[in-house]
Design a protein around this ligand. Sequence first.
Ligand code: NAD
Length: 377
Amino acid sequence: MNIGIPKEIKTEEHRVSIPPSGVREFVKYGHTVYVQTHAGVGSGFTNEEYEDAGAILLDEAEDVWERADMVIKVKEPQPQEYPFMRPDLVLFTYLHLAADEQLTYAMLESGVMGIAYETVEDNEHRLPLLEPMSEVAGRMASQVVSHYLEKHEGGRGVLMGGVPGVSPANVVVLGAGTVGTNATKVALGMGAKVTLLDINLERLRYLDDVLDGRLTTLYSNHDNITQAIKSADAVIGSVLITGARAPMLITREMLPIMPKGSIIVDVAVDQGGCVETTRPTTHSHPTYFVDDVLHYGVANMPGAVPRTSSLALSNATLRYALKIANLGAHEALERDPGFRKGLNTFAGQCTHPAVAKTFNLRYVEPQMAMDSVLVSG
Ligand SMILES: NC(=O)c1ccc[n+]([C@@H]2O[C@H](COP(=O)([O-])OP(=O)(O)OC[C@H]3O[C@@H](n4cnc5c(N)ncnc54)[C@H](O)[C@@H]3O)[C@@H](O)[C@H]2O)c1
């Protein structure tokens, strides 16, 4: 199969979908990989490293898309890329179609086979291609807290780990899933005092156990949250109800009870945020104040560490991309029901229920959509 790796063109996006080590894997199986010149530069991978791995470099994005049977990307196609989509192309990337009507229609009109990382499921119904970015964002969240607690950044001037004789920072983590667990581990590693809240008692029990009681766990309800944030130097928002808007756990009225100069890192901002005063921000303007509380709402946190993120992402995606390359997309999806859930658009049909519902489109079950084309073809 011919594989295309274009350079990402979304603002502030420096990740690349497949690093040279991944190219080597495709080549090993006899596939041809076209990489756009400088596609890996933002993540620290040189053109020479790609060539050494067996890639063919092409200067123009258009040529990469045109020669490829499957294009592997990081972010959803940008409007300049819409004309490159076509019916005999597999597009494997983050799509987030429910948030983008224009892209949804562009994909349907093009007839492209769109497989979205974020809706692929494993055998335990987890989202294996979303998880690596939650790990990155979680670990980053505690680094961000540490940075913005410094006085000249607007924070309280508190050192995460304190020193002997002086208390460490008090970090409250809302949500004990992938982001929350990773944030907790890094904050504990820096010596902070962590209070972790969730509604899933099993999860709290597990973390209390594996982290050897080094943190305080609390059931997540209004009273416990209020109590916890009163003395918080930092709050990390990491809740998720799959497919829904994040629950609002800290309201505008609750904000003044937080100490002056404390910081909120609302990682859940991409699902609307779990703090009422959160709004999306960017890496170039990441923070703002409300009631003397610093807010950080960057919606693509992993973009700040593109090298780590590109490697983490491709560690998870490569296995699936190789299945498509080795078996062909139809057979790869047919064999794996979880992978099939990644199919969002096919031959002009909407094959994801949530996307169809969002835009009032006719939903066609993925297997049926693929069978119908085989029959009519
Ligand atoms: N900003 C970014 O760059 C970025 C990057 C990665 C992930 N995220 C987002 O971070 C959020 C968390 O992702 P995740 O992978 O950790 O999800 P997850 O499903 O692994 O964990 C979510 C946790 O929230 C808990 N929860 C649900 N309702 C709650 C409540 N009322 N109180 C307390 N806990 C509650 C769940 O029980 C679960 O343990 C998502 O919105 C995700 O999209 C953002």
